[in-house]
Ligand binder design. Structure first.
Ligand code: KIV
Length: 262
């Protein structure tokens, strides 16, 4: 049985699905040990670890490299690779060629791509080629230039209707799940009850079939405190304290001590 099938069985049994981002083997081994259901190699790695201000600069080679690292640490936990900006928009052939690289070279179990009705033909082509796809509607960070920022989507009747239609189109095209990003909780609840595939929310309230977050945010490794991500640790603060102590100890000649020497 494939691990994505297990994910669907958990959804059908009413179990909440836990998806977290992982960008390398060290983090994915921790995520696997902690019992997450699925690891997403998000293009958020562009902001979180590569230092860019949005997700647009990362390309196929970087995403593939991080997918390979993540799969090595994942110990069988399903890994979904995010298709980067402009890796699936140009043509059906381009989408098929790039998505298949994530499966064949990256070792991923599935790909994720942003968009609703507009990417229906892409999702259909990939699923017909036996590449599992996770959709992504609501806030689509790869559209930041046309959106002008990262705000809550679907607050008006008209935009809420569009997001519902997008989610239904993604399901109809054959996706196995759909990410709902930054939409009102009531809209996410309505979409979750409409769909027969799991909704994975981020900033979309508690009523989705599962939740996804950027792991570095919940561990307190990133600078900003985000409303959507409760922090379960303050690792940045702890790391800073440890590093400052080390700098101070080396300056004072306190480390390495005899214990650390041969
Ligand atoms: O890139 C990413 O990490 C994502 C999730 C936050 C859904 O798309």
């Amino acid at each position: 049985m494939t691990s994505l099938r297990k994910l669907n069985e958990k959804y059908l049994a009413g179990e909440k699905l836990v998806v977290l981002t992982g960008y390398d083997a060290l983090m994915s081994s921790l995520l696997a040990e902690a019992g997450v259901d699925c690891i997403l190699v998000g293009d958020s790695l562009s902001n979180v670890i590569a230092g860019y201000s949005n997700t647009l600069p990362v390309g196929m080679e970087q995403m593939l490299w991080h997918t390979q690292m993540t799969v090595r640490g994942a110990k069988g936990t399903p890994v979904v690779a995010d298709m980067p900006f402009m890796s699936y928009e140009i043509s059906r052939e381009q989408a098929l060629a790039n998505a298949s690289r994530f499966i064949k070279e990256g070792g991923a179990d599935a790909v994720k791509l942003e968009g609703g009705k507009a990417v229906y033909p892409v999702i259909k082509a990939l699923t017909e080629a036996h590449i599992p796809v996770c959709g992504h509607v609501g806030l689509q960070p790869q559209s930041v230039l046309t959106l002008g920022g990262y705000s809550v989507q679907g607050k008006t009747e008209e935009t809420a209707k569009k997001i519902k239609e997008d989610a239904l189109a993604v399901q109809e095209a054959g996706a196995f799940a759909v990410v709902l990003e930054m939409v009102p909780a009531a809209l996410a609840a309505e979409i979750t009850s409409l769909l027969k595939i799991p909704t994975i929310g981020i900033g979309a309230g508690p009523h989705c079939s599962g939740q996804v977050l950027v792991t570095h945010d919940l561990l307190g490794m990133t600078g900003n405190k985000l409303k959507i991500a409760k922090r379960y640790a303050e690792l940045r603060k702890e790391a800073l304290e440890a590093l400052s102590s080390y700098v101070s100890d080396v300056k004072k000649g306190l480390t390495p001590s005899e214990e650390n020497s041969f």
